[in-house]
Unconditional design. Structure first.
Length: 432
C-alpha cells in the first residue's frame, strides 16, 4: 500500500470526476483490514474530493453503566481519525447522542449542512475558526455507528453536491468498518477457541482416567458437557483396596467460570480425602474454603461419600445435590432425600453423615440436574419419573452401557438437541 497517496484539491471537478475519485479512494481503502489505517487513509484522501479546514470520523461507543438506573446505556462519540482540530480541546468535548451537529445527525440519521454555524442553535463550538459545517451519518446494518464531519473556515463553503459525495463516501466507510470489525471478531473468536480447547484438555486431565475397580461391584461415571468445558464434576479416589471416595458435583453456571470453580472444588475435596476426614467433616472444610473464595452468587451442590465394598456400605454427605436414585433387587425405585444446603453459601454450615447399604442386585445412580431438567420442544422436563423409567429399562446393562442408554433417552427427549446444561452420571451396581 502506498505510504503517501494524498492528492491536492483539483478546482472545477465535475460530479463525474468526483465519483471517479470516490471509486479510486474506495478501492485503495478496501485493501486494508486495519481499522485505524483505513480511517486515516480516508482522511488523507478526502480533501481531494471536498476541501476542508477540519474533518473527523467519529464513531459511537455505547456501554452500560450500573450507576445509572437499571444499567442504562450511555453513548458517546470517540474521535477515531481527525484533521485540523486541537486534540486536547477535542478530547474534553465528550459529545453524546443528540448533542451538537454530530449528535443530532446520529440521532436523526439525516445529514445536514450549516452554512453559518454561529447562527445555528444546534452548534457546539469545538473549533473557533469554523464558520460552516457538513455532517453525514455512517450507517451499518441499519444502525448509526458514527458520523463523518467536515468543517470550513469560510461561510457557505459546502453545496448539496458536496453532501451527496460525503454521504456516498460515508456509506463506503461503513462497509469497510464492518468488514474490518468482522475480521477482528473472527481473529478474537479463533483466539478464544484456542484458549477453550486448552481449558478443555486441562479439564479432561482432571477427570479420572478410568473407572474404579472394586470386587463385587461394577462402577462407572461419565460427564456430557454442553460447552467446551463443564461445570459438572465427578471423581473417585482409592483409599484402601476395598474403599474408594467418590463425588459428583454441579457448580452454579457453566462454561469457563464454572470449570475454574470445579477445579478448585476438586483440589479441596482431594486434600480433605487424603487427610482422612469423614465425609461430613470434608464437606465442612470445603464449604469454608469455597465461602472464602467465591462470589456470593456462586455455590456448588455436591454428593460425597466413602464406599466400603467389604461392608457394602456407603457413608455419605449430600450438600444440596440431587437425591440419588436407588433401585433394589426387585426393581423398586426410591430417591434418597437426605442432605443439607449447597457448598459456599454460608460460612459455618454443618453437614451430617448418613449410611446406605448397597446389596447384591441393587443399583445406585447419582446424577446432575442437567439430566432431569432437560426439556423437550414443549418445555416439559425429563424429570425424575422418566429418569426412573430409563434406569429400570437399562438396569441389566453394565454400568458404562447403562449411563450411555440413559443419556440417549435424555437426548431423544430433547428432540436430539441434548440438555441445555451439563449432564453427569455416576452408577454403582452391586453384582449378584
Amino acid at each position: 500500500m502506498d505510504q503517501e497517496i494524498k492528492e491536492q484539491p483539483v478546482p472545477g471537478l465535475t460530479t463525474i470526476d468526483k465519483l471517479r475519485m470516490l471509486l479510486d479512494i474506495t478501492a485503495k481503502i478496501s485493501r486494508s483490514l486495519d481499522l485505524q489505517e483505513v480511517l486515516n487513509l480516508v482522511m488523507d484522501t478526502l480533501d481531494s474530493l471536498i476541501p476542508y479546514d477540519a474533518a473527523g470520523i467519529f464513531l459511537l461507543k455505547c456501554s452500560k453503566n450500573l450507576i445509572f438506573a437499571e444499567g442504562e446505556e450511555r453513548c458517546e462519540f470517540q474521535a477515531e481519525s481527525v484533521r485540523g482540530y486541537d486534540i486536547d480541546e477535542l478530547s474534553e468535548l465528550h459529545l453524546k447522542l443528540g448533542e451538537g451537529f454530530i449528535g443530532h445527525v446520529a440521532l436523526t440519521r439525516e445529514a445536514i449542512i450549516s452554512q453559518d454555524v454561529l447562527s445555528d442553535p444546534l452548534y457546539l463550538n469545538a473549533r473557533d475558526e469554523t464558520r460552516s459545517e457538513m455532517v453525514a451519518p455512517i450507517i451499518s446494518n441499519d444502525e448509526v455507528i458514527g458520523v463523518f464531519d467536515l468543517e470550513s473556515d469560510e461561510l457557505n463553503a459546502y453545496l448539496e453536491d458536496d453532501l451527496q459525495v460525503l454521504m456516498m463516501l460515508a456509506s463506503q466507510v461503513a462497509i469497510i468498518i464492518e468488514k474490518v470489525m468482522l475480521h477482528e471478531q473472527l481473529i478474537e473468536k479463533k483466539r478464544l477457541e484456542g484458549q477453550l480447547e486448552v481449558a478443555r484438555q486441562v479439564q479432561l486431565q482432571l477427570l479420572p482416567p478410568s473407572d474404579p475397580k472394586l470386587e463385587g461391584y461394577d462402577i462407572s461415571a461419565y460427564n456430557f458437557p454442553t460447552e467446551e468445558v463443564s461445570g459438572d464434576y465427578y471423581d473417585w479416589v482409592r483409599i484402601y483396596d476395598d474403599q474408594i471416595g467418590l463425588v459428583i458435583a454441579d457448580v452454579s453456571g457453566k462454561g469457563v467460570p464454572a470449570a475454574l470453580l470445579m477445579a478448585f472444588l476438586r483440589a479441596s475435596l482431594r486434600a480433605a480425602t487424603h487427610v482422612g476426614y469423614s465425609p461430613h467433616i470434608s464437606m465442612v472444610k470445603v464449604n469454608y474454603l469455597l465461602w472464602e473464595s467465591i462470589e456470593r452468587n456462586q455455590f456448588v451442590t455436591a454428593f460425597y461419600g466413602i464406599f466400603d465394598a467389604s461392608n457394602r456400605t456407603l457413608a455419605y454427605t449430600n450438600a444440596g445435590h440431587n437425591p440419588p436414585l436407588l433401585l433394589d433387587v426387585e426393581g423398586n425405585a426410591r430417591f434418597i432425600e437426605k442432605g443439607g444446603i449447597p457448598l459456599g453459601m454460608f460460612r459455618d454450615t454443618r453437614y451430617h453423615e448418613y449410611y446406605l447399604s448397597i446389596e447384591p442386585g441393587e443399583l445406585l445412580m447419582l446424577y446432575t440436574d442437567g439430566a432431569t431438567e432437560a426439556t423437550n420442544s414443549q418445555g416439559e422436563e425429563f424429570g425424575r419419573e422418566r429418569l426412573v423409567r430409563s434406569v429400570k429399562l437399562a438396569s441389566a446393562l453394565n454400568a458404562r452401557e447403562l449411563i450411555a442408554a440413559v443419556q440417549r433417552d435424555v437426548i431423544e427427549w430433547t428432540d436430539g438437541l441434548g440438555a441445555s446444561d451439563d449432564v453427569t452420571f455416576f452408577a454403582i451396581k452391586a453384582l449378584v
